[in-house]
Design a protein around this ligand. Structure first.
Ligand SMILES: *Cc1c(COP(=O)(O)O)cnc(C)c1O
Length: 355
């Protein structure tokens, strides 16, 4: 058995893979493949409608927000957010909590002034900065709710005097949030929602169409919202597979239930990292992510042998990002707790043989 701890694209439920592959041959008994139907076909419009309503239901999205399915990944949102929300001469505030946060701020500088409220860069982003001030005249305040590379998570959503924008690429649908706290949420699908190729944007309607900038149509939230994400050909298959995954999440009891399971999974793995004398965590304990668990070995020379040992036991994708080193186990929604137990056993067996 393979246990896929890859950071993204990542594990999705087996039944989603099965249903998606069936639709490649025969979508909804139409006798056509999901890959060949028109994006204007009523059957596909029904997929978009159901996807929108599943997002709304699973996250309790209040009225006054649009749900968009765009392309270009979370990385294009680094630019679309300032293009759409930052008027000429205005300042946007950013929390620098990791490489993705820093890349988001870099793009915003192309469109206006950027004020970094706090940064943990000097500590290799091993904690989430706290106790900063958000300027009341900023156009918006941008945070990264889960720092996929460094393994920290923003558990206390800051109360912001200006619209809060969050990159939730790697923790969307993993925990309960109050959407009303946010002006805009975006997420590349491939970390917890579906396959690569679609990006979810949840945006408060009153924020869009106001920047005064002339925007290319494809990059204008207003045009995308007015056309229900069908301004051009959307990523049909990626939206369909995401819908299947959201159906799966709903059938499991929704975000509240998966959050409990995610807490149990993360708690078990961190407990082993703290208990096992060969391993240690890399982040401030209170900021430890429930989605991306980063750890190293007390003796760096054992890291290569452990990686080999774990790979032989079916562990996939646990090599750490080059900016942290060591290991990273990404434990997204679809990863079963049995995979966590398998990794823990692997760590224990390795310790017995090398302790
Ligand atoms: C992966 C990731 C991104 C980049 O996503 P793309 O869809 O590849 O552009 C941005 N932010 C976070 C938090 C991520 O984990």
């Amino acid at each position: 058995m393979k246990c896929n701890f890859g950071a993204g694209p990542c594990i999705l439920p087996q039944e989603v893979f099965k249903q998606a592959s069936e639709a490649v041959l025969n979508f909804n008994d139409t006798g056509l493949s999901i890959l060949e139907i028109s994006h204007r076909a009523p059957e596909f419009e029904a997929v978009v409608d159901e996807s929108i309503s599943l997002v709304k239901e699973l996250l309790n999205v209040p009225d006054g927000y649009s749900i968009l399915f765009l392309q270009g990944g979370a990385s294009l949102q680094f630019s679309m957010v300032p293009m759409n929300l930052l008027a000429e001469g205005q300042t946007a505030a950013y929390l620098d909590s990791g490489s993705w946060a820093s890349k988001a701020a870099k793009e915003a500088k192309l469109f206006g002034n950027v004020h970094i409220v706090a940064s943990s860069k000097e500590a290799n982003y091993s904690y989430v900065p706290k106790g900063y001030e958000i300027p009341a005249d900023a156009a918006y305040f941008h945070v990264t709710s889960n720092n996929t590379i460094f393994g920290t998570e923003l558990f206390d959503i800051p109360s912001s005097p200006v619209p809060l924008v969050s990159d939730m690429s790697s923790d969307i649908f993993s925990r309960q949030i109050n959407v009303a706290d946010f002006g805009l949420i975006y997420a590349g699908a491939q970390k917890n929602m579906g396959p690569a190729g679609v990006t979810l944007v949840i945006v408060k309607d009153e924020l869009i169409g106001k920047s005064g900038r002339k925007l290319p149509s494809m990059l204008d939230y207003k045009i995308q919202a007015d056309n229900k994400s069908l301004y051009n050909t959307p990523p049909v298959f990626a939206i369909y597979a995401s819908m299947l995954n959201l159906r799966w999440l709903k059938s499991k009891g929704g975000v509240a239930q998966i959050e409990k399971e995610n807490i149990a999974k993360a708690t078990a793995l961190y407990a082993e990292i703290d208990r096992n004398p060969l391993f240690k965590g890399t982040c401030a304990v209170e900021d430890r992510s429930r989605m991306n668990v980063c750890f190293v070995m007390e003796s760096p020379e054992l890291e290569k042998p452990f990686l080999k040992f774990a790979t032989e036991r079916g562990m996939v994708g646990i090599k750490g990002h080059r900016s942290v080193g060591g290991f990273r186990a990404s434990i997204y929604n679809a990863l079963p707790i049995t995979a966590i137990h398998a990794l823990i056993e692997t760590m224990q067996e390795f310790a017995e043989q090398n302790g």
